[in-house]
Design a protein around this ligand. Structure first.
Ligand code: G3P
Length: 214
């Protein structure tokens, strides 16, 4: 299973990339806006740190504009994934990017039918948002289970990138369901590795070691 960081904060990306466990990065307009930097500047900085897929999202809502933006993004690095919204124009743009050999990430997926359409369009990645579904008392993980089943049944090559992750259990459940990738805020990386029994175990080993004959 691959782990992506869902952030545009370069310090966070540098910190967790140093762990050697970051396979890629996803950004979106909200995350870029939070940083107060130009999208191009920040994406280029991320590309210097991360070799794996880096998703950069288009702002245009029409296919012509999306393709123009995506072609520009693709010049910044061979590992750029152009992120497009789950709309008819977005799915048309995916097909245009496929002709150019440019990888895509179809975002804002909230239903199995949307995921099916993204796969039929030939998206490289689809991003179902589990947290935002949970937020409205829907079941985010049930969506992942259905997408994984559909993609396996028809052997679609589109990879399932679980997004809008809120806690480590979203990651564990995604792994159990066979999702390909989880993209998560930096804090989740810490939580995935943390356990109070590990902390108290280390403390005990070290205090016992102090009393050992050396
Ligand atoms: O990048 C897309 C997605 O992960 C956003 O998550 O927390 O804004 O629902 P969130």
């Amino acid at each position: 299973m691959q782990f992506f960081l869902d952030t545009a904060n370069i310090d966070e990306i540098r910190k967790y990339a140093a762990w050697g466990l970051v396979d890629g990065v996803t950004t979106n307009p909200s995350l870029i806006a939070k940083e107060g930097v130009k999208l191009e500047t920040r994406i280029k900085e991320i590309l210097e740190v991360v070799d794996g897929p880096v998703s950069s999202e288009v702002i245009s809502t029409d296919v012509k504009g999306m393709v123009k933006e995506g072609l520009e993004y693709a010049k910044w690095g061979s590992n750029i994934f152009v992120k497009v919204p789950m709309t008819p124009d977005g799915l048309m743009a995916v097909q245009e990017f496929n002709k150019e050999g440019i990888a895509t990430n179809v975002t804002l997926c909230f239903s199995p039918s949307q995921a099916l359409m993204a796969a039929k369009a030939g998206a490289t990645l689809v991003s179902p948002f589990v947290g935002r579904l949970d937020d409205i008392s829907s079941d985010g993980m049930e969506l992942i289970a259905k997408i994984v089943q559909i993609y396996e049944t028809y052997e679609y090559e589109t990879k399932v990138l679980v997004a809008s992750i809120r806690h480590p259990e979203h990651v564990v459940e995604s792994a159990l369901l066979g999702a390909d990738i989880c993209t998560m805020p930096a804090g989740i990386f810490d939580k995935l590795i943390k356990h109070p029994l590990t902390d108290s175990g280390i403390e005990k080993f070290l205090s016992d070691w102090k009393t050992a004959k050396k």
